[in-house]
Design a protein around this ligand. Structure first.
Ligand SMILES: C[S@@+](CC[C@H](N)C(=O)[O-])C[C@H]1O[C@@H](n2cnc3c(N)ncnc32)[C@H](O)[C@@H]1O
Length: 289
């Protein structure tokens, strides 16, 4: 028999009950968007999804991020998932930025919460948010329009963005690496290196790996398929392996961490040759005869 309950009843209502979310607001938002049209418009049809991404449920949602329920429920849930408060945690990424970037790329931007803050902090900069999920990008685009912020949204894979070399002076990723296998996080950092100009910064905000390693229950709450592998690694070491310098990780609010690195001048061995002087005696008065 065909089911006649809506996506809202089937998938979103359980979140509303569990997380004390304003059901009317969520329902109005869900119904205000033509999801099919908007996600088709934002989709790159040539993109092939990596298996680690399309084969997994994230946060217990079937189909992971490639569906409307994940996109609509993401912000209402995330506000409770980042103690001591979402704004403070996201601000810690902004506080780590030491330059005045003119071109900024936010990888795995999701619904664009950090991307919007970057544009607000650097209004003159060109800001691009990139994500594998068209549905998440639909929410991001909607939020940017509401906030009157000019941000470009790009459907793409952070491992291979197809932007030219050295086209950004800041690349960020918030809450992305605990959602990707460590080999993918490392590939993304190599891509960040390629994308940055010399002196450009990479800033990664995520769960505190040291703390997650010791608190297994924390890695189990949100049904994240790769979080334990993330916890056993080190973003700091991965950044070093990707050739970043001045790499530093700071703990933020105990359970989060921010890692920053800089793309150094390329190393090039240079042979210095000293000029040869005529050996006439008068040329070298310091040489005793
Ligand atoms: C937990 S959300 C974080 C979203 C956002 N950055 C934030 O701070 O709220 C992880 C996001 O990463 C995206 N993602 C995962 N793997 C990706 C990849 N290889 N390339 C681009 N986006 C990816 C997912 O679609 C999802 O939107």
């Amino acid at each position: 028999m065909a089911r006649n309950d809506t996506i809202f009843e089937r998938f979103l209502a359980p979140f509303v009950k569990t997380f004390l979310i304003d059901e009317d607001k969520l329902r109005r938002f869900h119904e205000s968007i033509d999801w099919q049209a908007a996600s088709t418009r934002l989709s790159d049809r040539t993109l092939t999804y990596p298996t680690y991404y399309s084969s997994q449920n994230f946060h217990g949602i079937e189909g992971g991020y490639l569906n409307v329920s994940a996109a609509v429920s993401y912000d209402p849930i995330t506000q409770y998932a980042l103690p001591p408060g979402e704004a403070l945690v996201r601000q810690s990424l902004l506080d780590a930025i030491q330059s005045q970037p003119r071109r900024i790329l936010d990888l795995g931007c999701g619904t664009g919460s950090t991307t919007l803050l970057l544009k607000q902090a650097f209004p003159e900069a060109e800001v691009i948010g990139l994500d594998l999920s068209p549905q998440m990008l639909v929410v991001a685009e909607h939020k940017a329009e509401q906030a009157n912020l000019a941000i470009q949204w790009r459907h793409g894979n952070a491992e291979h963005t197809h932007f030219p070399d050295a086209s950004f002076d800041l690349v960020t990723a918030s809450l992305l690496f605990h959602e990707t296998p460590p080999t993918v996080s490392q590939a993304i950092l190599r891509e960040c290196y390629r994308l940055l100009t010399v002196g450009g910064e990479v800033v990664i905000l995520d769960g505190n790996q040291k703390v997650l390693r010791q608190t297994e229950w924390l890695t189990q709450i949100f049904e994240e398929p790769y979080i334990q592998a993330f916890a056993s690694g080190s973003v700091d070491a991965w950044m070093g392996a990707a050739q970043f310098e001045a790499v530093q990780t700071h703990d933020r609010w105990l359970i989060h961490q921010v890692t920053r690195g800089v793309k150094p001048l390329p190393y090039k061995a240079v042979e210095f040759s000293l000029p040869t002087y005529a050996a006439a005696a008068g040329d070298r008065p310091w040489v005793s005869s």
